[in-house]
Design a protein around this ligand. Structure first.
Ligand code: B16
Ligand code: MG
Length: 216
């Protein structure tokens, strides 16, 4: 059995249901550009940086744009996303997620955030959970986004842990690949089929306790 001393939590889609807001904002942008984005297609964007996501979408739409135009479009999408986030309430955390993080902390394990989002701190503040984290690695701190392992490697380093002492909680395929590439354990949060490369999968944190670490 693995000895897990630290947990690294993804944010969007793991702690809080902001994945739906990213989807709505990207869909709106695609529609403005003349094509659609289904929920299934959106799966491949989860965990991917803002710029990386736009590049995937432009390819899908068969569009080639200048860097300036791309910067305008990511700013537009982020503006719409922030409108959703501004209306977000502290109770929009996913059921059981904050309770699970608190229990993990009380069990003596270290806690880090490992998110691709440059809006992560704002969301942690809205949820009033900044103080729960021993380290926060977000999109402002990385040069290589998921599926590159950098986000989680920086998390493990900040907690002074070896990768094999860490487990990552992720809802995105890109995040699962990032954790595996970093040599960490990975628990998928969401669909077992989509996240089939994870060491273990849970549907959510409701009724999940410290026994989860025995699955690894
Ligand atoms: P932002 P996570 C990721 O957050 C989202 O899953 C992804 O959809 C988004 O494009 C990315 O953050 C960048 O977010 O535009 O807010 O900087 O899942 O890694 O917590
Ligand atoms: Mg996510």
């Amino acid at each position: 059995m693995a000895e897990i001393k630290a947990c690294i939590f993804d944010l969007d889609g793991v702690i809080v249901d902001t994945a739906k807001y990213h989807y709505r904002a990207w869909k709106r942008l695609c529609n403005k550009l003349g094509f659609d984005l289904t929920e299934e297609e959106n799966e491949s964007l989860k965990g991917i940086s803002r710029e990386g996501s736009l590049n995937i979408l432009l390819k899908k739409g068969g569009l080639s744009l200048s860097d300036n135009k791309k910067a305008d479009l990511t700013a537009l999408k982020n503006g719409w996303y922030l409108e959703f986030i501004e209306k977000m309430k502290a109770d929009e955390a996913l059921p059981g997620a904050i309770e699970f993080i608190k229990a993990t902390k009380e069990s003596g394990r270290k806690i880090a955030l490992g998110s691709s989002s440059r809006n992560a701190l704002k969301i942690l503040e809205t949820l009033e959970i900044v103080d729960l984290f021993d380290a926060v690695i977000d999109g402002t701190k990385v040069s290589r986004g998921k599926p590159d392992p950098q986000t989680f490697q920086l998390g493990a380093e900040a907690l002074k842990m070896h990768p094999c002492e860490c487990v990552v909680f992720e809802d995105a395929q890109a995040g699962v690949e990032a954790a595996l590439a970093g040599g960490m354990y990975i628990i998928g949060v969401g669909n077992k089929t989509t996240l089939n490369r994870a060491n273990h999968t849970i549907e959510g944190f409701q009724n999940v306790g410290m026994e989860i670490f025995e699955k690894l």
